[in-house]
Write a protein that binds this ligand. Structure first.
Ligand code: C2E
Ligand code: MG
Ligand code: MG
Ligand code: MG
Length: 284
């Protein structure tokens, strides 16, 4: 390669880097304002027992509608909010909103099931996290059996000595603890028996096209027996088609979350659909 070419490449990368930096700086300013302007909302995706058709839970998922009417994916803004620290404020907003919503459902005799909250590493490690969660549960009078926290492998492995007592405190309240996106992190399996967790959520990467992918079938079956051996429950994420559902069931998984059953729903859509009939397994 010529020097001139190298130089061109270099300029290109610097420009790309600067663009990304500016994009993130902009977004992080916007995230701060967006909290104040109430541009965040939550949608809820059903988790279904595919044998009975019962709703076994819902996952709360953040949505951001900017002032200009654009929606920005949490896959984009969560990592930025984690980097600049806004995840704490945003995460607390999620906790409060979910608990407020559960209280509303309980007051209106709506058969609410377990609601899960995604918790990121920085949020969990922040000393006030547990206090805030428990204080809000007390304030809204929501028992732990209505709650679940989803943590990724990275979160759990980060600082295991610190994480274990936190998880114990969370589970002592009756809150379910799940490992999200299981199988995609770089965690050592030897940690699994040490972790006080209840459930593995198998990542969509293994579920997509499962009926055509013999390797993934073997992996999923292996995760299921791993879970059985450690007394953990299993749920599959991202089941989109009937074929994927059948293949997932074949691997020994009953609990399913994915577009096959439902996309994430607004509160009113959830109430007029999944929460309208006495389908809920827990509260009724
Ligand atoms: P996640 O926790 O693994 O959530 C599952 C993601 O998969 C959601 O994307 C959901 O809409 C999507 N999904 C569910 N079923 C299907 C399916 O059948 N097909 C496909 N293609 N996708 C499906 P979403 O809502 O865009 O969220 C992306 C990620 O952002 C989440 O992954 C989670 O890591 C993060 N996130 C979302 N809300 C929060 C939050 O309140 N706090 C934190 N810390 N992270 C959040
Ligand atoms: Mg999740
Ligand atoms: Mg996941
Ligand atoms: Mg994910």
């Amino acid at each position: 390669q010529s020097k001139a070419n190298n130089h061109k490449h270099c300029v290109y990368f610097i420009k790309k880097f600067a663009d990304e930096l500016l994009y993130e700086m902009n977004l992080s300013n916007q995230i701060h304002d967006a909290i104040l302007q109430q541009q965040f909302s939550l949608v809820y995706q059903p988790k279904v027992n595919s044998t009975t058709g019962d709703l076994v839970g819902v996952e709360s998922l953040l949505r951001w509608e900017t002032g200009a009417g654009h929606s920005i994916s949490p896959a984009v803004f969560i990592p930025i909010a984690e980097k600049n620290g806004f995840i704490i404020e945003l995460g607390n907003w999620v906790i409060k909103s979910v608990l407020k919503q559960i209280r509303l459902w309980l007051d209106n005799d709506i058969p609410v099931s377990r609601v899960s909250i995604n918790v990121s590493a920085i949020q969990l490690r922040q000393p006030k996290f547990i206090n805030y969660l428990f204080q809000q549960m007390e304030h809204y009078q929501v028992p732990g059996r209505f709650l679940e926290v989803e943590l990724t492998e990275g979160v759990l492995m980060g600082n295991i000595e610190e994480t274990i007592p936190l998880l114990k405190q969370i589970r002592n309240q009756g809150i379910l603890v799940s490992i999200d996106d299981f199988g995609t992190g770089y965690s050592s399996l030897s940690y699994l028996p040490l972790l006080p967790v209840d459930q593995l959520k198998i990542d969509r990467a293994f579920i997509s096209d499962l009926h055509n992918n013999l390797d993934n079938q073997k992996i999923v079956q292996t995760i299921v027996s791993l879970a059985n051996n450690f007394n953990l429950s299993v749920i599959a994420e991202g089941v989109e088609t009937a074929q994927e559902l059948i293949a997932t069931n074949h691997c020994g998984i009953t609990d399913i979350q994915g577009y096959y059953y439902s996309r994430p729903l607004s509160v009113s859509d959830l109430e007029s659909g999944w929460l309208s009939s006495a389908r809920c397994a827990i509260a009724c």
